[in-house]
Write a protein that binds this ligand. Structure first.
Ligand code: SAM
Length: 293
């Protein structure tokens, strides 16, 4: 029988099967449990996250601790938040050689990340994770929209979502997620990751993306809530013009003539589609609409 604490942490990825057998661990689909078993991908995540001994890393969903161990070797401290209580004894075993890891058994959506950041305000805070895909957007949006003091977010997510986050205007992947993510961050696609790098294999393709938070958004927006609504409205019906999307939006009560005037005032053709607008354009449009409400 293997003694897990004796395993070199570099080999945890290769020992996943042995570890889960030892603990009779059953993967839970509803928690998005697809564990990374490829050391090359783990090293790539850690190097692209640029973790150093000055950094506090918040890891979402450590699983059996494979990525956690790689992070702990490079970071000042890793705070690992895992929802599944059956993984806690495994983590206490696999990570027993480290004294710079704190394991929190909690749902990340209930954790006060702002408080963690305040308690560690003299260090840079980075989020690194192989995310449970079912809550990718709420996790990232919570960090971004609440302007939590996080320097960067380096995460494995579903490939299509990563492509949408970094998409540019006029491309097929460009949408509300692209605009909102790029309002707060500079995205960089680190790598595509094939399904055979996970156990069990997910039925979607994955990618690692690094979102570096901007000190200041690229454009000033006074009414962020209205900005989000305008952006979401613009992409609500992709085949329709921006004019029709605004006309059909539940919270706007403009006539088509009024919308044509709004578009003219913002400097856009009346037949333009939302996918042509960049962040600055959306900010301009929001301002004009705000003045007409
Ligand atoms: N980091 C491990 C790895 O790379 O092998 C596991 C990654 S697995 C894709 C996602 C992990 O997130 C699982 O351990 C799962 O139990 C955990 N998880 C799922 N939902 C969570 C939540 N709401 N809060 C915290 N952890 C969660």
């Amino acid at each position: 029988m293997i003694k897990i604490s004796d395993i070199d942490n570099k080999t945890l990825a290769f020992k996943t099967k042995e570890i889960i057998n030892k603990y009779d661990f059953a993967f839970k689909k509803n928690f998005g449990q697809n564990f990374l078993i490829d050391q090359f991908v783990l090293d790539k995540i850690v190097s692209s996250a640029d973790v150093s001994k000055d950094d506090i890393v918040i890891e979402i969903g450590p699983g059996i601790g494979t990525l956690t161990a790689c992070l702990a070797k490079n970071a000042k401290k890793v705070i690992a938040v895992e929802i599944d209580k059956t993984l806690i004894p495994i983590l206490e075993d696999t990570l027993s050689n480290f004294d710079n890891i704190e394991i929190i058994n909690e749902d990340i959506l209930k954790v006060d990340i702002k408080k963690i950041a305040e308690e560690n305000k003299n260090s840079k805070i980075k989020v690194v994770a192989n995310l449970p895909y079912y809550i990718t957007t709420p996790i990232i949006m919570n960090i971004l929209e609440n302007r939590l003091p996080i320097e960067s977010i380096t995460v494995m997510i579903q490939k299509e979502v990563a492509y949408r986050m970094e998409a540019k205007p006029g491309t097929k992947d460009y949408g509300s997620l692209s605009v909102i993510v790029q309002y707060f961050c500079s995205p960089y696609l680190v790598a595509n990751v094939p399904q055979n790098c996970f156990m069990p294999r997910p039925n979607v393709d994955s990618a690692v993306i690094k979102l570096t938070t901007l000190e200041k958004p690229p454009v000033d927006v006074d009414n962020l809530e209205l900005f989000y609504y305008v952006v979401k409205t613009a992409f609500s019906q992709r085949r329709k013009t921006l004019l029709n999307c605004i006309f059909n939006a539940e919270n706007f009560k403009f006539s088509k003539e009024e919308i044509a005037n709004i578009l003219n005032e913002a400097g856009f053709d009346v037949n333009i589609r939302g996918e042509r607008l960049n962040i600055e354009d959306f900010a301009k449009l929001t301002k004009v609409i705000e003045n007409k409400l």
